[in-house]
Design a protein around this ligand. Structure first.
Ligand SMILES: [Zn+2]
Length: 305
C-alpha cells in the first residue's frame, strides 16, 4: 500500500481502524465514549480544535479537556488507534480556549502540515461527518427529525422509517496530456498566477471516464480519449472524493468556457519542471499534497502507470 499513489495526497492517511463492527452496538459505543481512554475531535464549522503546543500538533483531546468546548451533539465514532476510541463532536462556535489550543481551518492544517500522518485523514473524516449530521437533522422524505444510528454512519426517521447515509460526492480531477505537454487551467478564485488540473463533479449516471471527457471539453474545448485513474484524495470541503485521472487529448485547440475558467494553456514538461522549481516567471501550481500537483508530478516523472 505504501506505493499507492493516493498515499501521497493530503487527507489520505488515517491511522484509525474504523471498527465498523462496533457501530450497531450503541451501548458499547456509549461505554467507549465514557471511558477515560476516549478521545474527541472537536469540529466548529470548517475548523478543528488543535493543540498547537505539541509537535506534530494534536486534534484528539480527552474528555475532561474537551468537555467545556463541546456544543452538545452526539459523538460520532471515528475508530480506534493505540487503545483510544476516537469520536467527533461539534464544538462551540467561540469556545474559551487556552493559548495552546487554536481553532484552525482544515485547509490551513493541510497546507501547513500541522498534523502527523495519522490525524490528517481522521480530521477530514470528523469534519465531513459532523457537517453531515448538522445539515441532515430532518428526514428528506417526510420532514420529521431523524436520529443518529450506527455510531453516526446512519440517520433513521422514526416517522416513516427511512434510513439516510452520509454522502461522499465524487469529483473528477484530470490532467489532459498531449504528448509532452499537459493542459492546466485557472479559475477566477485561484491565487494569482496559479494554474491547476481541471476538475468537476461526476454527475448521476456517469462513469468517471465520461465525466473526465465531458468536463475537459466543457471547460476548455479540448477533446480527450482514453482516461486512466491514477490516485484519489478525500476532500472534506465538505464531503468530496477527488478522483485523479490522466486523460489523453485528441484535440489541442483551447476554447474557454469563461464561466468555468479564466485561462487555460498547454504546458511543456520543461516548463512544468521550471514551475515546480518555483522559477517560472508567471505560473504557479498548487502545493504538493494537493492531488492536482501530485498528478502533474507523476506525469512528469513518467510514473502514471
Ligand atoms: Zn421520514
Amino acid at each position: 500500500m505504501r506505493n499507492e499513489a493516493s498515499r501521497r495526497t493530503g487527507f489520505s492517511r488515517n491511522g484509525l481502524d474504523r471498527q465498523a463492527q462496533f457501530r450497531p452496538d450503541a451501548a458499547r459505543l456509549a461505554a467507549m465514549a465514557e471511558s477515560a481512554d476516549a478521545r474527541f475531535v472537536l469540529v466548529a464549522g470548517d475548523r478543528i480544535l488543535v493543540d498547537v503546543s505539541r509537535q506534530p500538533c494534536d486534534t484528539q483531546f480527552d474528555r475532561p479537556t474537551a468537555a467545556p468546548w463541546m456544543a452538545g451533539g452526539e459523538p460520532v465514532f471515528l475508530g480506534s488507534e493505540n487503545g483510544h476510541a476516537v469520536f467527533a463532536v461539534p464544538a462551540l462556535d467561540e469556545p474559551a480556549l487556552p493559548d495552546t489550543v487554536k481553532a484552525i481551518d482544515l485547509r490551513s492544517i493541510a497546507m501547513q502540515g500541522l498534523l502527523g500522518d495519522s490525524q490528517t485523514g481522521a480530521a477530514a473524516q470528523a469534519r465531513s461527518l459532523v457537517h453531515w449530521h448538522e445539515s441532515h437533522r430532518f428526514c428528506s422524505r417526510c420532514g420529521q427529525e431523524s436520529a443518529m444510528r450506527e455510531g453516526g454512519y446512519r440517520r433513521d426517521c422514526p416517522a416513516c422509517g427511512a434510513q439516510h447515509f452520509p454522502r461522499t460526492d465524487p469529483v473528477a480531477i484530470m490532467l489532459a496530456v498531449d504528448g509532452d505537454r499537459c493542459l492546466l487551467g485557472r479559475q477566477a478564485r485561484f491565487l494569482p498566477d496559479t494554474y491547476s488540473a481541471l476538475a468537476g463533479f461526476i454527475e448521476p449516471g456517469e462513469t468517471i471516464e465520461d465525466a473526465v471527457r465531458r468536463e475537459v471539453f466543457e471547460e476548455s474545448g479540448v477533446r480527450v480519449g482514453e482516461v486512466r485513474y491514477v490516485a484519489s484524495q478525500p476532500w472534506p470541503f465538505v464531503s468530496s472524493l477527488m478522483i485523479g485521472c490522466i486523460a489523453e487529448a485528441t484535440s489541442a485547440e483551447i476554447r474557454l468556457d469563461p464561466a468555468e475558467l479564466d485561462d487555460a494553456l498547454w504546458v511543456s514538461r520543461e516548463d512544468l519542471l521550471t514551475i515546480f522549481a518555483g522559477a517560472h516567471p508567471t505560473i504557479r501550481t498548487p502545493r504538493r499534497g494537493a492531488i492536482a500537483s501530485h498528478l502533474m508530478y507523476l506525469w512528469l516523472a513518467d510514473r502514471v502507470d
